[in-house]
Design a protein around this ligand. Structure first.
Ligand code: AMP
Length: 251
């Protein structure tokens, strides 16, 4: 293994000045947040990304932005999303590659909601290798973090979710209701249910997760790249468990 000094300075507070071999043990090429819809992947992924100044990439968010911009791709994905089904692998992977190239960020990616199928996981393996230099010399394995939450809890979190169409503030009828029922605390707008948070769609999203995404968890487990976190606690408790993990890494 080369003894070339390798300086990784994605995060200005932490610069690693060691050998490539040491670097590879410390810095994953991606942190992949896995777990059923409603497990809190988005919240936790965003916190890690903000803490370490890493790009947070949520494929669901990228799709919603495309829908808001009324792009052709967004219009095509909208119906699939409304029904709680998965957008075709080719379309998701193509869009994600374009998005990551646009970021122009060489370091660890924080992925939220991707990969959601075995095909996407295999595609990601190749993609991360290709990103890591011409001969993949800077390749490091990704780290998958699975957030586990009981089914009852998930259903209450998802079906109770409401949001303000004006300011985007999120509420939950069970855990964080607005002061006046159905009305946004910030601007008084009538709260709405996101189309894919309707009860029948929530059930479909959980079914789709079990069928398509549980095999992804197994895929990373078999490779020894999976860490599991109990996601039933508060946001801060779950974050603390993830922080114990990230503290051992250098980004
Ligand atoms: P999310 O916000 O992550 O729950 O994603 C919302 C919806 O976007 C999902 O229910 C899917 O329809 C679609 N979607 C997001 N990410 C993916 C993905 N990796 N593969 C396929 N469809 C996706």
């Amino acid at each position: 293994m080369s003894e070339t000094k390798f300086v990784h300075n994605t995060n200005p507070d932490v610069s690693f000045n060691g050998t490539l071999a040491q670097f590879q043990q410390l810095s994953p090429s991606a942190m992949i947040f896995l777990g059923p819809p409603g497990a809190g992947k988005g919240t936790q992924a965003l916190r890690v990304a903000n803490e370490y100044l890493l790009p947070h990439i949520s494929t669901g968010e990228v799709f919603r932005a495309q829908i808001a911009e009324r792009t052709l791709f967004g219009m095509q994905a909208a119906e699939t999303m409304r029904r709680g089904m998965l957008v075709a692998d080719d379309a998701v992977c193509g869009m994600l590659a374009e998005h990551i190239h646009g970021l122009d960020h060489p370091g660890c990616l924080v992925l939220d909601g991707f990969p959601r199928s075995l095909n996407q996981a295999k595609w990601l393996d190749q993609f991360l290798r290709m990103r890591a230099g011409q001969n993949h010399e800077f390749y490091t394995a990704p780290l998958a973090v699975q957030i586990n939450v009981t089914r009852d809890q998930l259903f209450r979190r998802l079906s109770g979710r409401r949001c303000c169409p004006n300011c985007g503030q999120m509420y939950n009828l069970h855990f964080h209701p607005p002061v006046n029922s159905g009305i946004c605390d910030n601007d008084g707008a009538a709260l709405i249910t996101r189309p894919d948070d309707r009860e029948e769609v929530v059930l479909e999203r959980l079914r789709v997760h079990d069928q398509n995404t549980l095999p992804v968890t197994e895929y990373y487990r078999r490779k020894g790249l999976l860490q599991e976190i109990d996601g039933d606690g508060t946001v801060d408790m779950v974050h603390a468990a993830i922080a114990r993990l990230t503290r051992t890494l250098t980004f």
